[in-house]
Design a protein around this ligand. Structure first.
Ligand SMILES: *Cc1c(COP(=O)(O)O)cnc(C)c1O
Length: 392
């Protein structure tokens, strides 16, 4: 059996999305900025997509949507763009959380080098930011609050509407990285009091390399990419027309199928979690209730996440570990550490993330294989021996 369980990293392109994109990859190749007919058709497609996306996220106007190359660019643009404007007004403080995506954390770190003060809020053992912590951290110098809608490793869904309300009342701008939330939880920028929001197509069965930034009308933001006059002089570069059409179609499909899909995925998720929790010394990372329907993130004491992944790969399962164990770096994931997990436990993590393409039979298979692999790896783990001996 081959199982793709890494949908938080990226998703398969939907055939319906590809079909919508196809004309713009073939006959309609004109530049949207040109005056001749094929250019005009491409421009119309881009503007139709903008209107559609604005409606799907509850924006008041299509002019609040800007197309980008994806989630990373949108995050960079939102944070750097706002901070550049507000720094001149004496606002040099950013509030974020400890478990943001690196596209947010690394931007905050680089702004810190330019003199910004950054407050990194705790996320506690349930993987949730507390709105009262946001409120307590706001001060007259605060330029921006940036808190992700849903976490990409542990899938916890943050109290975004509450945080949005606090920011609106305090008169502080609020950005959210909604990359993981889009199509999985109802997102409405107006109801949630969101000023800036990042999204990317490839996390909901759209193409890679195309995203958007929502910027509420009236919010001032400096440009990130300078050049031509595209996107009303705000983001230069010839539009990724096929990508934009794909983003719009993928979001439309994700939103229209959300209720049914989430109900099915939540049941599958909970069945898997309950089964895996039967493994001795296992734990679920982050709240089970306030969680993306397709996310399971567990730790199994006494083993390395990487060994588990390699064994799962041999069994036909594509999954991911929380830890970024790349070429010699043995640091566990900053997300798991932010929950207060000790290093040795954070090393034994596994993230399984599902989409509508996954089946109950696949869950059965995982429930059979994972306990076997964990037991096998523990059978020659000195760390497991130590844990087992201590608890005799
Ligand atoms: C995937 C992801 C990103 C990055 O998006 P790209 O389109 O790959 O640049 C940013 N934030 C979160 C939460 C993500 O999951």
């Amino acid at each position: 059996m081959q199982i793709y369980a890494d949908n938080a990293a990226t998703t398969a392109l939907s055939p319906k999305v590809l079909e919508a994109m196809m004309p713009y990859l073939t006959e309609v190749y004109g530049n949207p900025s040109s005056l001749y007919r094929t250019g005009g058709i491409a421009k119309d497609a881009v503007e139709k997509a903008r209107e559609n996306i604005a409606n799907l996220i509850g924006a008041k106007s299509a002019s609040e949507i800007y197309f980008t190359s994806g989630g990373s660019e949108s995050d960079n643009w939102a944070i750097k763009g706002v901070c550049k404007i507000l720094k001149d007004k004496g606002k040099n403080h950013i509030i974020t959380s400890k478990f943001e995506h690196h596209a947010v954390l690394h931007v905050c770190e680089s702004l810190a080098k330019e003199g910004f003060e950054v407050t990194y809020l705790d996320v506690y053992s349930d993987g949730l930011v507390k709105p009262e912590d946001v409120k307590a951290a706001i001060k007259p110098e605060t330029a921006l609050v940036t808190i992700m809608y849903a976490n990409n490793e542990i899938g916890t869904v943050q109290p975004i509407a509450e945080i949005g309300k606090i920011c609106a009342e305090a008169g502080v701008l609020f950005h959210t990285d909604a990359v993981q939330a889009m199509g999985n939880v109802p997102v409405n920028v107006t109801d949630d009091n969101i000023d800036l929001m990042s999204l990317t197509a490839h996390k909901f069965h759209g193409p890679k390399g195309c995203g958007a930034l929502y910027v509420r009308k009236g919010v001032r933001i400096a440009n990130l990419i300078e050049g031509g006059a595209q996107e009303r002089n705000r983001r230069a570069g010839t539009e990724n027309v096929a990508g934009i059409v794909g983003l719009s179609k993928a979001l439309e499909l994700a939103v229209s199928t959300m209720d049914e899909r989430c109900e099915r995925l939540t049941k599958m998720r909970d069945r898997l979690i309950e089964g895996l929790l039967k493994i001795d010394r296992s734990r679920l990372n982050g709240s089970q209730e306030k969680r993306l329907p397709g996310n399971v993130n567990m730790c199994f004491e006494g083993i390395e996440g990487e060994s588990l992944l390699l064994r799962l790969d041999l069994a036909g399962v594509s999954a991911s570990s929380g830890s970024a164990c790349t070429s010699g770096s043995l640091d566990p994931s900053h997300v798991l550490l932010s929950l207060g997990l000790p290093h040795e436990i954070a090393h034994g993590s596994l993230r399984l993330s599902f989409s509508d393409d996954n089946t109950e039979e696949e869950i059965d298979y995982l429930l059979e294989k994972i306990p076997q692999i964990v037991e096998y790896l523990r059978s020659f783990s000195p760390l497991w021996d130590k844990i087992a001996n201590e608890n005799k």
